[in-house]
Design a protein. Structure first.
Length: 148
């Protein structure tokens, strides 16, 4: 299991992290079981997780493509903040949070799906950057958990 250092700062975010949940919001893994009402996912399939993906898709921000502002996603159901996350050996998640990991991608690369998507979104929102230099920066660096 891979995780990023931003989990270390959860205690500094009491408006987001409610406490009492196992941290880990940027992680990857494998499907080990599904319930009878889940389709499209198979046991053994490699997945990355969108920690803010368990939303009902009706909020005004989701409707205009700004899911990062959905209250439900960020303040009610976020993996590792309001429900157990990737530092737990096993987690139960909504299938809405899952993203397939391509063959050949390792655990490390898969754990970077969410932060990479965040950076890509920022670049896209910047508009045309053709021929320009762009710097995308962040505050964390990768570390391995004991299981990793």
């Amino acid at each position: 299991m891979r995780h990023l250092r931003s989990d270390l700062h959860a205690a500094d975010l009491p408006q987001v992290y409610r406490g009492g949940f196992v941290l880990g919001h940027e992680f990857s893994g494998r499907v080990v079981a599904t319930s009878d009402d889940v389709s499209g996912w198979s046991v053994g399939e490699r997945v990355a997780l969108n920690p803010n993906g368990n939303i009902d898709r009706t909020c005004e921000f989701w409707l205009v493509g700004r899911t990062n502002f959905c209250h439900q996603a960020t303040m009610e159901t976020a993996l590792g903040f309001q429900s157990d996350g990737g530092l737990e050996p096993f987690v139960v998640v909504s299938p809405k949070t899952l993203r397939r990991v391509p063959e050949g991608a390792g655990r490390f690369e898969a754990a970077w799906v969410e932060p990479t998507a965040t950076a890509l979104r920022a670049v896209r929102l910047a508009g045309s950057v053709a021929g320009r230099k762009v710097l995308v920066t962040g505050g964390g660096q990768s570390v391995s958990s004991p299981a990793g």
